[in-house]
Design a protein around this ligand. Structure first.
Ligand SMILES: C[S@@+](CC[C@H](N)C(=O)[O-])C[C@H]1O[C@@H](n2cnc3c(N)ncnc32)[C@H](O)[C@@H]1O
Length: 358
């Protein structure tokens, strides 16, 4: 990833506003560049700097849908660009989605921690957001201030994941833990902490991710009728380097429990699976149809009887729901699933014995 030039400060001469066709052409150009190997170059970095300024102009002109599409195309280049996620955050606010804005700002600050306008906007959004409640395990409460800046996962799903991890350790279910979809490492750190705090046997947490952001979505990947790339959370988003995972785990003193595995699930899981003797817990957080399918195909049979699997995206990304339904239908097995309070995410139970209708 290569940093590029910053957004001009407010008050600088306004950039000539691109019309609709020019904006669409620019987005197409970025998407074509993203499809080429070795797209990262000083010229691309400079182009992205210009795109950031264009996004600001579009946002100020109230052309938020076009700005959103252009920002998604820029993210698909997977090149850390100062102010790009800040621009996305402003667009999300304009579109009435402060939660998404908050996550975009966290992404900006992962790569550009000195970006004070982004930090100030995040603080302002956090001050204005309603408090998330549930009654929490005191051990989770204690680590939350450390993990929250490193996770996109909301409190109900964090609470559920912590409960599942603690349960697996207290019931002494055999096997390691695996997380597919790590991003900045917040939920990995939570799981590694649970291992260190409660496990009665040695175990490790496998952390699978590209460590360079979301791969390209497929047509199944939609939310509320929008293609994934049009939601503002498409290819190249959720990016964080492996160093971020290591950093949050180090802060909790649990770095020795993790095994990071970088690459696409379809490449890494088949190679890693034979060396994993079993899984006491699986956290699936890969969002997309193909990602969910690849996790299930490669890891489901490793999950121990009576163990639990948390699916972060169930009920949100339609491709994730479809991959789950297809996987269980093809095996002739019932999908034993309960939704997590809060409307997104679910917990799957692995039956005690495998078999039709089990
Ligand atoms: C929503 S984020 C994970 C959020 C994280 N659990 C947290 O605590 O914030 C999804 C992650 O899955 C990864 N991912 C999705 N599909 C993948 C695939 N097929 N191979 C590797 N990584 C993938 C992305 O790189 C991204 O970091």
């Amino acid at each position: 990833m290569s940093p590029s030039s910053p957004m001009p400060p407010d008050g600088s001469p306004a950039r000539p506003l691109l019309d609709d066709a020019q904006t669409a052409l620019l987005a197409e150009r970025l998407l074509r560049l993203a499809g080429r190997a070795g797209a990262a170059s000083p010229a691309v970095a400079a182009l992205l700097g210009d795109v950031v300024a264009t996004l600001r102009a579009l946002e100020q002109a109230g052309r938020l849908d076009q700005a959103n599409a252009l920002a998604a195309a820029a993210k698909s280049l997977r090149t850390a660009t100062r102010d790009l996620d800040l621009a996305r955050a402003r667009i999300f606010v304009g579109l009435g989605d402060p939660l998404a804005a908050k996550e975009a700002l966290k992404e900006e600050l992962r790569y550009f921690p000195d970006n004070e306008p982004a930090r100030a906007m995040l603080a302002a959004l956090e001050a204005g957001l309603p408090r998330e409640v549930p009654e929490l395990d005191p051990d989770l409460t204690a680590i939350l201030p450390v993990i929250r800046p490193y996770t996109m996962v909301g409190l109900p799903r964090l609470a559920s994941l912590f409960f599942l991890a603690k349960r697996a350790c207290q019931r002494d279910i055999p096997g390691d833990f695996a997380e597919c979809g790590v991003a900045a490492g917040g939920t990995s750190a939570l799981l590694a902490y649970a291992i260190k705090r409660y496990s009665q046997r040695p175990r490790r947490l496998y952390c699978f991710d590209t460590f360079s952001g979301m791969p390209d979505p497929s047509p199944e990947d939609q939310h509320a009728g929008l293609d994934a790339n049009a939601t503002g959370w498409g290819a190249g988003t959720c990016a964080a380097p492996e160093a971020s995972l290591r950093e949050v785990c180090r802060r909790l003193g649990v770095e020795d429990a993790i095994v990071p595995v970088a690459g696409l699930f379809k490449d890494t899981l088949p190679v890693a699976a034979p060396s994993i003797s079993g899984l006491a817990l699986l956290h699936m957080d890969g969002d997309w149809y193909e990602s969910t399918r690849d996790i299930l195909v490669n890891l489901y049979d490793l999950v121990a009887p009576n163990a639990l699997i948390q699916v972060d995206d169930y009920g949100y990304w339609e491709g994730c729901d479809q991959a789950l339904a297809e996987f269980f239908a093809a095996r002739g097995e019932r999908m034993a699933l309960r939704c997590i309070p809060g409307g997104v995410g679910a917990v799957l139970s692995k039956p005690a014995r495998k078999g039709p209708g089990a």
